[in-house]
Design a binder for this molecule. Structure first.
Ligand code: GLC
Length: 678
């Protein structure tokens, strides 16, 4: 394997290696160094087609990462990365610019669909498997956007003012956890952090990322995030993307003037050369191991596990074909007359569903959708009528008659890349007033109403949720959405997704501090209280809590056991019984509460979870491990993680607000590790 010799490179060639050759490729130093191709994005390959600059090659549009996280299935996360890796190998991309691991601090953020969760532990666990899935196939990754890039509004200028505890316990945590997978690169964000651009923030890039988190790969900038090449090199940024005209001149001038030493240049060049060598070493190991059809089938399977059933009053779902065949009678007959059911699917989304939000994460798929209403008809044998959105304006009374005559009206509704996209935030978390009106009006004329919500983050449903019988949060579920959704709605598959972000009752209920109105800074004075940590501390009701999701099955929890394995190592075990006649997968969650600490801490924090398939009337014993990181907080007294002795409570259940099992354990570390003991 070729090792490059710095001495054979001129100063100009070395400086040229520190910025891209163009938008997607590293520099070749006059042919002396191999180059590396990078490409977006988190939910599938979005690779620019060199022949048609504005276009990208088509690829499999996977469910976007918020739907992947809603599966709570880490094996799927690994498979997801491996699936995208096959398309990178096929197209010749060496590094995928993903995953995005930014925390969903506000449901307004335009890129929430690209991210995993409001919770750092979920985000970190998914990041690890995602990165391993790609890198085990020889394709590099770029964990992004480092860091505290939690809204899109004015992302290139507004400084995220974050205290040390919130930084480490919330915003850096997914990056810290991702280090387990040894990502080839990390991408720094556009925004300043505590007043200094991430691309020239030496404390963040060197002291923290390299020093504390142990990152030894290459740090690249987000596209256009470098403002000052000399300060970027001083801060140890390795690669400025994309090509920056004048980068070489500015750096060589700085070396000649003594502002920079050649050693500082060489240290950055070493990182670029190591990446090139790593890439060259990986190339022979790469092989495509899936077909387009297999990749599509995986996208369907992941969507099936990531779409979330939020409401199912009276068990209106699953839809059946004929009256009585599921033990439930139609409205107008007593004993299951066997007559065909009638369904009305109202909305254009049935034929052209939203697959993703907008921006660099959007994938161009060649897959041709079969309409949702067609699939429902095929799967149930029922009579299914469909009307598109514009039918409403022409003949809204006609809609009412069709709805009235149907057993169930199904309303796919929401938005896509026109509302949620990179570079801007939503102003509201509601659907449009017209959409809400339509739901209310059509429901008023329907026997039963099922609403399917397409969005990339939390939606305020409070105005219409009580008027409908069932609600499914589809999310941006990728090209497999209609096959997945129809299988779930018709009972071929069972829902097993759960929310990885809180759905608040209204935007007013979310944390709104922060905006200092000076247009310059976003004050993170919610501190560590983000997501469910915030709603718990504020004692607020929410529409649907973090970790919530329904199933056609019903699970009961029992028999919590806590076994000490070491000073801060414990095995938590508990039984889950499926008390229904339907097989299902349950996502059980384990939360930890520090009963009394010398610092403020959240009411509870997720520290373990498990997704388990449980057959009808089966009881499964689940075992998870807790370790030092399950109990520690980031001490700004010591600038490191720290565990205080004392009692901790353990809560186990199927949602952050439904935790039927409770236990406690005591941490008793040697006295000389403890400070300020009472
Ligand atoms: C964009 C995004 C980043 C993406 C890069 C290349 O601005 O912030 O996520 O990977 O530029 O498109």
């Amino acid at each position: 394997m070729k090792n490059y010799d710095l001495k054979k490179l001129t100063l100009e060639e070395k400086c040229a290696l520190l910025t891209g050759a163009n938008g997607w490729q590293t520099d070749g130093a006059n042919g002396k160094v191999k180059t590396v191709w990078v490409s977006d994005g988190p939910s599938g390959l979005r690779m620019h087609n060199p022949e048609k600059q504005e276009e990208t090659f088509t690829a499999t549009a996977m469910p976007t990462c918020h739907v992947l996280a809603n599966t709570w299935n880490l094996k799927l996360a690994y498979e997801y990365g491996a699936t995208i890796a096959d398309e990178c190998i096929y197209r010749g991309a060496d590094i995928l610019l993903a995953p995005g691991v930014n925390i969903k601090r506000t449901p307004l953020c335009g890129r929430n669909f690209e991210y995993f969760s409001e919770d750092p532990y979920v985000s970190g666990k998914f990041a690890v498997e995602y990165v391993k899935g790609l890198q085990d196939k020889g394709i590099g990754t770029s964990v992004k956007h480092y860091c505290a890039n939690n809204s899109e509004y004015d992302r290139c200028h507004q400084s995220s003012e974050v205290d040390e505890r919130a930084l480490h316990e919330v915003y850096l945590k997914p990056f810290e956890m991702a280090m387990e997978a040894k990502p080839w690169t990390v991408m720094c964000s556009y925004n300043p952090v505590n007043g200094v651009y991430a691309s020239e923030n030496k404390k963040l890039l060197d002291t923290v990322l390299r020093g504390q988190l142990g990152f030894d790969g290459l740090i690249m900038s987000d596209w256009g995030a470098v403002h000052n090449p000399v300060r970027a090199v001083e801060a140890t940024l390795d690669l400025c993307m994309p090509h920056y005209d004048g980068y070489v001149e500015k750096l060589t001038a700085a070396v000649k003037s003594g502002k920079l030493t050649e050693k500082q240049i060489d240290e950055r060049v070493e990182k670029v050369l190591k990446l090139v060598e790593k890439n060259e070493k990986a190339k022979p190991t790469r092989k495509v191991e899936s077909t387009e059809e297999e990749r599509h089938a995986r996208a369907v399977k992941m969507a099936e596990e990531g779409i979330v059933l939020l409401k199912n009053e009276g068990g209106i779902l699953p839809l059946k074909g004929v009256c009585g065949d599921c033990g439930k009678q139609s409205e107008n007959c007593a004993d299951g007359c066997g007559e065909k059911k009638k369904y009305f699917v109202y909305g254009s989304i049935s034929e052209c569903p939203y697959l993703s939000g907008g921006g660099s994460g959007r994938v161009q798929t060649a897959f041709k959708q079969t309409a949702l209403h067609t699939l429902i008809a095929e799967k149930t044998g029922a009579e299914v009528d469909h009307r598109s959105d514009n039918q409403w304006d022409r003949d809204w009374r006609g809609m009412y008659h069709i709805a009235y005559d149907a057993d169930v009206t199904i309303v796919p509704i929401g938005h896509g890349d026109g509302v949620e996209y990179e570079g801007d935030d939503r102003m509201s978390i509601r659907l449009t007033e017209a959409q809400e009106d339509r739901i209310l009006k059509i429901a008023a004329h329907s026997h039963k109403t099922v609403v399917l919500v397409y969005a990339g983050s939390a939606v305020d449903m409070s105005r219409w949720i009580d008027a409908v019988d069932a609600v499914v949060f589809v999310g941006f579920a990728g090209e497999g959405v209609n096959e997945a959704l129809s299988a779930l709605l018709c009972g071929e598959e069972n829902f097993s997704g759960k929310l990885t972000e809180t759905f608040p009752l209204t935007l007013e209920d979310t944390y709104k501090g922060g905006d200092t109105k000076d247009g310059e800074t976003d004050l993170y004075d919610d501190g560590i209280f983000v997501g469910y940590r915030y709603y718990d501390r504020a004692g607020k009701q929410v529409l649907y809590p973090f970790g919530y999701g329904l199933s056609y099955a019903k699970f009961e929890y029992s028999n919590l056991k806590i076994e000490k394995k070491g000073d801060t190592d414990f095995e938590i075990s508990y039984d889950i019984t499926n008390v229904s006649d339907v097989a299902g997968k349950e996502v059980s969650q384990v939360y930890v509460k520090d009963v009394s600490a010398m610092v403020h801490r959240p009411e509870k924090e997720l520290k373990a979870f498990s997704k388990d398939e449980i057959l009808p009337h089966e009881t499964k014993t689940v075992r998870v491990a807790l370790d030092y990181s399950s109990f520690a907080y980031y001490s700004t007294a010591f600038d490191k993680w720290y565990v205080e002795n004392g009692w901790f409570e353990i809560y186990v259940g199927g949602s952050s607000r439904e935790l039927p099992l409770k236990g406690k354990l005591k941490i008793e570390l040697p006295e000389d590790t403890q400070y300020s003991t009472k």
